[in-house]
Design a protein around this ligand. Structure first.
Ligand SMILES: [Ca+2]
Length: 146
């Protein structure tokens, strides 16, 4: 992965925490400027890697790519990954401040999810596929190398 990104060899993804507090939409635009998207969490391995990554941050809540901005589609991941793995915190989604159409991950709640007002200003987690990798370098160094 490029500098500042962290390689998850299980999923073959690179992740980066953006500590700048941004709305969900602006945070996504920022990730897309790096040819990525907000992080999708599609299984326990994704979750474990991302949770570990967030532990290195002083922030406690982060935008990820889950949203139901398109109400007719229901909950989806912004990068198009299937929305099959669910990790809602107890009692979520709750639309407590209606509407809450974006997902934040809560470090103090075992990184489980809350639906949140998309205009809230939060740090975020970007993700992109590790491309142009040479397998031997990945296993030797844990880094994605061209
Ligand atoms: Ca909520």
């Amino acid at each position: 992965c490029e500098e500042g990104w962290h390689y998850d060899r299980t999923g073959g993804n690179c992740y980066m925490i953006n500590e700048n507090v941004l709305s969900w939409e602006v945070a996504r635009t920022h990730c897309m400027a790096f040819k990525g998207d907000l992080a999708s969490i599609t299984g326990p391995d994704d979750k474990a890697f991302i949770r570990e990554l967030t532990m290195s941050s002083t922030s406690s809540v982060f935008w990820i790519g889950g949203n139901e901005i398109n109400q007719s589609s229901g909950w989806t991941w912004s990068d198009g990954s299937p929305f099959s793995f669910l990790d809602w915190d107890v009692g979520k989604p709750d639309n407590s401040v209606d509407p809450e159409w974006c997902i934040e991950t809560l470090k103090v709640r075992n990184s489980q999810w809350n639906d949140q007002d998309c205009s809230k200003q939060l740090p975020s987690i970007c993700q992109k596929k590790c491309k142009h990798c040479v397998l031997i370098f990945m296993f030797n160094t844990g880094m994605c190398t061209k």
